[in-house]
Design a protein. Structure first.
Length: 582
C-alpha cells in the first residue's frame, strides 16, 4: 500500500502545478496537515476498536466452531451494535459440491424472515391511503371465497384469519417436500377452501397463506408484481443489490448457498423450488440484511409512522394480544424486549433478533438443517449484553447435573403405564431389566436415568420427568417440561374387527385428493398415490381418532353408526373434509 505522506505530498505538487499559486499552496498545506492529524487520530481510534473487536471475534468464532469446517454447511453471522456492523463473517461451506465457502456476500433463502418486508409493503400502502387495515380482503381479491365471515387485512397481518396454512394443506393434497410449491398453487388452494379453521380474530394461528395474500394485495393495489414493488421501494433505495423475492423457481441466482441436512456421518442436499413470495422466498445476503437492520433502527428512532406501525401488536376478539406485529414477533429475553423473526425451509435456518433497548441486533443465516438460529443469536447476544440476558436456570438443567441413583424397582413399577401429554400426544413408561424406558407415540424407546425415586432425566429429550404421588403413594400423573399434570390413562381396547369398519376410499373435493384405507397384517394403513403408504395409529383415549404422518384423522359416523368420511387436522389446519366413496 502507498505511503500516506507520499500521497499527500504528491497531491500538493499536482495542485501547485495546476494553479501556479504559492499562497494558495501554503493554505492548502495547512488544511491538509489538519486533515491528516484528524485522519491519524481516527486511525488510532479504529486500531483500538479493532483490538477490542479481535477479542469479541474470537469469542463469536468459538460459538460457531462446530460449523466452521470444509466438510459441511455452515452459517453467516452479523452483529450490529449502536448502528454499526461490529462483526460480519461466514463459517463453513456454501456449496459442498464445489468447495465454496460462506462469506457475508453469500445469498441465502431466508424463509419466513421475509415476512417483515411484506409487512413493510402493507404499512407503506396504509400510510399512502391506498388500503386500510380493516378492509375486507375480498375488496382487492374477489377470488377468495366467501366463507361466511369477513377476513380483513388486519387478520392476515397478525395471523388471525382462520385460513389454512399452505405447507401442510398442500402436502395433504399430494405435494412432496422436494418439488415445486408455487405461488399459483397457494392461490388455487385458497380459492378452493371450503371453511375456515376458526372465526377471524378468535385465535392466533401462524399462517404463511395470509402473507401470500398480502403480497397479492400489494400487487393488485400497486399495479406491479410484488417483486417489482419491493425492488423499487425497498431493495434498490437501500442498496440491497443482492436481494429479491423469487417469483420463478427456474431463475438463476448468483453466489447462492445450497441447503443440506445431516444423514449419519454425511450431508445430503435439501432440494427446494419454492416461490411463496410474501411469506417466504426472499433471497438475500448478510451484507444486505445488515443495511436493512441499520435502516430499520434509524426509522424507528425517527418515529417514521410506516415503521412504528410495523411494531403494533395484534389483538384477538377477546382483547388479548398475540405477540405478533407486521411480520415481526414481539417478545422478551431475560430483562430485555425483543423484535425478531426466524425462518426455516428445506435446509435453510435463519433469524434476525433485535434488542431495541440496547441498539443491538444479530443476524444468522444458515444452510444447515440442524442449525438453531434463535438459540445461537442468544449465545452471541450474551457476549455483548451479558447479565441483562440472564434468566432463571431451568429445573431440567438442575436435574441433569444431579447424581444418578439406583432405580427403586418397587416404586418404578407404579410409574409404568401410559400418560397423555396433549392432544394425540402420549408417552408410555415401561420397566425393562430394572431400567425405566419412555416411548412417545410414533417414536423409539429411550432410557431414563434415575435421579431419585420419582425424578428421572431423559437425555434423548433433554428434559426431566417427575412422577407425582397421591396421598396413597400411587402414581397417577407426571410432570414434563411445561406440562405440570399429564394424567395416566387406560388405553381403549382396539380389535381388527373395529379397524375393518374404517376401510374404504375417501375423497376431498377441497383438495382434489384421494386416500385409500385398508388392513395389512393387523394394522390400519392409509395410501396415497404420490405420498405412499403409512400406518394409522389409534388414539388410546378417543374412539375413531387416529394419528399418522399427515396429521390427525377423525372418522365420522352417521346415526346408523356407519362411517361416512373423516376430517383431517394438524398443527395449522383444521377439519379438512374427506367423504367416503367406497
Amino acid at each position: 500500500m502507498p505511503n500516506k505522506g507520499f500521497l499527500i505530498n504528491r497531491f500538493v505538487v499536482i495542485f501547485y502545478a495546476e494553479h501556479k499559486s504559492l499562497t494558495l499552496m501554503k493554505v492548502t498545506l495547512k488544511l491538509i496537515s489538519a486533515v491528516s492529524l484528524i485522519f491519524v487520530l481516527l486511525l488510532a481510534q479504529g486500531s483500538c476498536r479493532r483490538t477490542e473487536n479481535d477479542s469479541t471475534t474470537a469469542d463469536i468464532d468459538a460459538v460457531f466452531e462446530k460449523y466452521n469446517m470444509k466438510t459441511g454447511p455452515g452459517c453467516a453471522v452479523a452483529v450490529i451494535h449502536h448502528g454499526e456492523v461490529v462483526h460480519s463473517k461466514g463459517y463453513g461451506m456454501a456449496n459442498l459440491e464445489y468447495d465454496i465457502r460462506i462469506t457475508p456476500s453469500t445469498v441465502f433463502d431466508i424463509a419466513s424472515v421475509s415476512k417483515q418486508f411484506a409487512g413493510l409493503a402493507i404499512s407503506t400502502l396504509i400510510e399512502e391511503g391506498k388500503i386500510a387495515l380493516d378492509d375486507d380482503i375480498r375488496k382487492y381479491l374477489p377470488e377468495v371465497p366467501d366463507l361466511g365471515k369477513v377476513i380483513t387485512i388486519r387478520h392476515l397481518v397478525h395471523h388471525t384469519s382462520g385460513l389454512r396454512d399452505w405447507p401442510q394443506t398442500l402436502n395433504v393434497a399430494g405435494w412432496r417436500w422436494d418439488e415445486v410449491f408455487s405461488f399459483q398453487d397457494i392461490m388455487r388452494m385458497v380459492k378452493n377452501q371450503k371453511e375456515l379453521d376458526f372465526e377471524p380474530g378468535e385465535k392466533h394461528s401462524y399462517s404463511n397463506t395470509g402473507y401470500n395474500l398480502l403480497a397479492a394485495i400489494v400487487a393488485k393495489v400497486s399495479g406491479k408484481t410484488f417483486r417489482e414493488w419491493t425492488d423499487e421501494n425497498i431493495f434498490t433505495p437501500l442498496q440491497m443489490s443482492s436481494s429479491h423475492f423469487l417469483d420463478d423457481h427456474s431463475t438463476v441466482i448468483k453466489n447462492p448457498a445450497y441447503s443440506y441436512y445431516p444423514s449419519g456421518d454425511e450431508f445430503r442436499k435439501s432440494v427446494t423450488a419454492l416461490t411463496a413470495y410474501g411469506s417466504s422466498s426472499l433471497f438475500t445476503t448478510l451484507e444486505d440484511l445488515s443495511r436493512w437492520v441499520i435502516h430499520f433502527d434509524k426509522q424507528i428512532a425517527s418515529k417514521n409512522p410506516v415503521y412504528t406501525r410495523m411494531l403494533e401488536d395484534g389483538t384477538l376478539n377477546d382483547g388479548n394480544k398475540v405477540g405478533y406485529a407486521f411480520g415481526l414477533s414481539l417478545g422478551k429475553e431475560g430483562k430485555l424486549n425483543t423484535i425478531s423473526h426466524t425462518g426455516g425451509w428445506a435446509g435453510y435456518r435463519t433469524a434476525i433478533v433485535n434488542f431495541p433497548d440496547e441498539n443491538f441486533s444479530c443476524i444468522l443465516l444458515s444452510n444447515a438443517a440442524d442449525f438453531n438460529p434463535y438459540g445461537y443469536a442468544l449465545e452471541v447476544a450474551k457476549l455483548f449484553l451479558k447479565d441483562k440476558l440472564k434468566t432463571e436456570e431451568s429445573k431440567t438443567d438442575d436435574v441433569k447435573d444431579m447424581p444418578t441413583v439406583k432405580v427403586n424397582t418397587v416404586f418404578a413399577k407404579k410409574c409404568t403405564g401410559m400418560y397423555q401429554l396433549g392432544e394425540g400426544w402420549y408417552v408410555t413408561i415401561t420397566l425393562e431389566n430394572d431400567q425405566l424406558m419412555t416411548q412417545a407415540n410414533g417414536e423409539d424407546k429411550f432410557p431414563m436415568a434415575a435421579k431419585s425415586d420419582s425424578v428421572y432425566w431423559v437425555d434423548a429429550y433433554g428434559a426431566s420427568m417427575t412422577f407425582k404421588k397421591n396421598k396413597e403413594g400411587d402414581v397417577n400423573s407426571l410432570r414434563y417440561r411445561w406440562i405440570d399434570d399429564a394424567k395416566r390413562i387406560t388405553p381403549l381396547p382396539v380389535t381388527t374387527a373395529q379397524f375393518s369398519t374404517y376401510t374404504g376410499t375417501y375423497y376431498s373435493e377441497e383438495l382434489a385428493a384421494q386416500y385409500k384405507v385398508d388392513l395389512a397384517d393387523g394394522k390400519l394403513m392409509i395410501h396415497h398415490m404420490r405420498l405412499g403408504d403409512f400406518e394409522l395409529q389409534p388414539d388410546p383415549v378417543t374412539e375413531g381418532l387416529f394419528t399418522c404422518r399427515i396429521g390427525f384423522i377423525r372418522f365420522v359416523k352417521d346415526q346408523q353408526k356407519k362411517v361416512t368420511g373423516f376430517k383431517l387436522s394438524g398443527g395449522r389446519v383444521k377439519n379438512i373434509q374427506f367423504d367416503k366413496k367406497l
